[in-house]
Design a protein around this ligand. Structure first.
Ligand code: ZN
Length: 126
């Protein structure tokens, strides 16, 4: 996913209207994008990003359209879990209306936490 300046012109240019999708806000340092906020829109990704432009609290964004709001939600959850220590998001993404699937990454963490057979084996192959 390519990073763009968070301006009205860039958002209008790279994000289609009336499409659900997922985005990250952040900044670019030494050519690398650092995420400070993750989000999604179930209806219009472009409109959602334009709201962030008006708030002008982040300088760059990456955006990815989704097939549907379930996919947008899954992407948002993935990056929420991956980047959580660095994020301004304080609460887990909410499930969109009409989507019944739970966050797969929460389910995975719960499964790991509840597993009594988890062992760590360190093999020194040398
Ligand atoms: Zn989760």
């Amino acid at each position: 996913m390519e990073a763009h300046q968070l301006t009205r012109e860039r958002v209008r240019h790279v994000v289609s209207e009336d499409q659900s999708g997922f985005y990250r806000l952040g900044y670019v340092l030494n050519g690398r994008f650092h995420t400070t906020y993750v989000g999604r829109s179930d209806t219009c990704l472009q409109r959602r990003l334009l709201v962030h432009v008006r708030e002008s609290w982040q300088e760059a964004f990456v955006a990815r359209p989704a097939e549907n709001k379930a996919e947008a939600y899954r992407m948002e959850c993935l990056f929420y879990h991956l980047e959580q220590p660095d994020l301004g998001n304080k609460i887990h993404p909410g499930k969109p209306d009409g989507v019944s699937a739970e966050c797969p990454y929460c389910l995975q963490e719960a499964a790991i936490a509840n597993s009594s057979t988890t062992t760590t084996t360190i093999t020194n192959a040398d």
